[in-house]
Each structure stands twice: as structure tokens, then as C-alpha cells.
Design a protein around this ligand. Structure first.
Ligand SMILES: Nc1ncnc2c1ncn2[C@@H]1O[C@H](COP(=O)(O)OP(=O)(O)OP(=O)(O)O)[C@@H](O)[C@H]1O
Length: 309
């Protein structure tokens, strides 16, 4: 079931800025990664989903409702964490939480308390005296205190330290397990890699690639580092790999008897069979990197034109 849908959405701010003919669907229970460099159009697309902005062309719906004409219903139901949050500086964190609970008509504070503990939020002091990270945690707690079914997160980990960034990734994974539908915008590959099922890349306002993470993994070459125990077997193994079309020799070092080999997932049994006859002293997989994959993809497609940052 489609929860969030953008169909041919255009918002042209002039001079090539904005979003152009953007289409994608976020299905129920999935985490959708919206990945792109600064200024790519992520916030613009999200503002249309939240009903803050009216598309010049195309249609945006959430749970089948047009986002622009049903903006207040959508804003009430969704959990939205904006990229930049403006908080009332003169209130204490606790006062702000209470105010948001009243506004959202949240009667039971169990979920809110869980979030406060999970993100280690100290809400006792005045907001104006809080660090940037603490303000961000306060924004997180108030955005999700009503335990929404759909979460829209715009660059959610900006301003958080590495430990809290990891905590946020754990939070997204937990929410996914609880059946939530999540749209997460980010310019950080590792964050998207760690959490998302479906990923779209946006650049200069255009969606340039959309894919399913598991499908991508099935189609991507797996890479392994290995060391052979002695020079004689090392030479023999190199020869065998070089004469095998399914296994690719990516790197070799005859001083240390180390090799790097690659093969597609379907050819793994061949690789294992081949290695079984050799004295191998170390063997490990080089983890898949979304960033590396995409840099290579663009090197091949458009001559490395993807200036990310
Ligand atoms: N209201 C506006 N009027 C004019 N130009 C705008 C407006 N809002 C955004 N833009 C421009 O549209 C482009 C896309 O901006 P947007 O904020 O959507 O990017 P983003 O991918 O969210 O970037 P970031 O990661 O830096 O937040 C940018 O060039 C931005 O300057």
C-alpha cells in the first residue's frame, strides 16, 4: 500500500533551482532514503509532502489525500522532523514538551518518556541555554511524541554527535520493526545504507536513480581479501583465478601473498570450490559501500560528474 506518493512534481524556483518532474512512492512499512547533495531539492520535495508548498505541476498525496488541500490533517498525523528547527527560546524544555503534548492532544506520556530516555534528553533547562545537539533531541522528542505511523525526517542526524547519530539510526530501525513508514532525507551515504530499503538519488532537482537495496546487493560484485600461506600456492591460485572468467582478480601483492578477488553472488560457489584446494590463512569480505558503488556508477555513466558535496 502506497503511503506517500509524488507524481511528476515540479516546483521551479528559476535558475535551474527547485525540483523537476519528481515521481516516487513510499510503501507502507518501508524506509525510503532520499539521498542527494546540498541544494539537490530534498527539502523542497519534503515541504510538498507536508503540504507547506503547492506544486506547480504534479500531485503529492499522503494516504491518498492531496497534501496541499489536506495540509492540516497531514501535518497533524505525520511525524515531521525539519532540517532546521526553530524552538521557543524562552521556554524550558519541559514547558515546551508540555505545550506540544497539549497541542497534539497527547494524554498518555509513556511514549514521550521512552523517547526522552532513549535520546538522553535533559529537558530541565531553558531552551536558549541548551546546546545545538540538546535542542535537536528536544525537536526529535516533540516530533514523535504522538507515536505517528508515518515519519518524515529531513537530514535527521545533522547537529548530533556520532553516538547520537548511531542512536538515531537504531531508532529508525526500531520504528521500522514497529511497522512505521519512514521517509529519510540525507546527504550521508552510510546513514541511508544502514536504514533504507528503497533509495532514490536526487541531484539538481532531478531524480537520477531509484533502486531497492536488496536487489542492488544481489546485482553487485562481492569483494574478498585473502592471504595464501606460501608463495608456491599463491602463484598457482593467481593462475587459476586469471583463467576463470567468473572470478576477477582485483589486486595482488606477491611480497605478502595477498589477493583481492571479486565475483557476483551467483558465482560464489565457484569461488569457494576453487579456494578449498588452497592453504588460505586469512579470508574476509570487503563490506558493500553505497558511496563507493555510486561513485563508480557515475564514473562509468557520466565521467565522474557527480560532485557530491
Ligand atoms: N523558497 C525558495 N525560493 C527560491 N529558491 C529556493 C527556495 N527554496 C529552495 N530554493 C532553492 O532550491 C534548491 C533546492 O533546495 P533544497 O533546500 O530543497 O535542497 P536540499 O537538497 O534540501 O539541500 P540541503 O541538503 O542543503 O538542505 C536550492 O538551490 C535552493 O537554494
Amino acid at each position: 500500500m502506497t503511503v506517500i506518493s509524488l507524481q511528476h512534481v515540479t516546483k521551479d524556483y528559476g535558475h535551474g533551482r527547485g525540483i523537476f518532474d519528481v515521481s516516487f512512492n513510499v510503501e507502507k512499512g518501508t524506509v525510503y532514503g532520499f539521498l542527494g547533495p546540498n541544494g539537490a531539492g530534498k527539502t523542497t520535495a519534503i515541504r510538498h509532502i507536508m503540504g507547506f508548498s503547492k506544486p506547480q505541476q504534479g500531485i503529492v498525496t499522503v494516504n491518498g489525500l492531496d497534501s496541499w488541500t489536506n495540509a492540516s490533517t497531514i501535518q497533524e498525523k505525520l511525524g515531521y522532523l525539519p532540517g532546521e528547527v526553530a524552538l521557543p527560546e524562552n521556554l524550558s524544555g519541559e514547558q515546551f514538551i508540555q505545550m506540544m503534548m497539549d497541542l497534539r492532544k497527547v494524554k498518555d506520556d509513556t511514549h514521550c518518556k521512552k523517547l526522552i530516555d532513549f535520546f538522553e534528553l535533559d529537558a530541565s533547562g531553558k531552551i536558549k541555554r541548551m546546546s545545538l545537539g540538546m535542542k535537536r533531541k528536544l525537536a526529535i522528542v516533540t516530533a514523535f511524541m504522538h507515536d505517528p505511523d508515518v515519519l518524515v525526517l529531513d537530514e535527521p542526524t545533522s547537529g548530533l554527535d556520532p553516538i547520537m547519530q548511531q542512536r538515531f539510526i537504531d531508532f529508525v530501525k526500531e520504528e521500522k520493526k514497529r511497522g512505521k513508514t519512514i521517509l529519510l532525507s540525507s546527504h550521508i551515504f552510510t546513514e541511508v545504507d544502514a536504514t533504507c530499503d528503497e533509495i532514490s538519488i536526487i541531484k539538481d532537482g532531478h531524480l537520477i536513480s531509484s533502486f531497492n537495496k536488496q536487489e542492488l546487493l544481489k546485482m553487485t560484485e562481492k569483494v574478498f581479501n585473502l592471504t595464501v600461506q606460501n608463495a608456491m600456492h599463491y602463484t598457482q591460485l593467481v593462475q587459476m583465478i586469471e583463467s576463470n572468467a567468473a572470478i576477477h582478480l582485483l589486486f595482488k601483492n606477491e611480497q605478502t601473498n595477498e589477493l583481492q578477488v571479486g565475483c557476483y553472488p551467483g558465482d560464489l560457489p565457484q569461488l569457494i570450490k576453487l579456494l578449498a584446494d588452497f592453504p588460505i590463512s586469512s579470508f574476509n569480505e570487503v563490506p558493500f559501500s553505497l558511496e563507493k558503488h555510486f561513485m563508480e556508477f557515475y564514473d562509468r555513466r557520466v565521467g565522474g560528474e557527480l560532485a557530491w558535496q
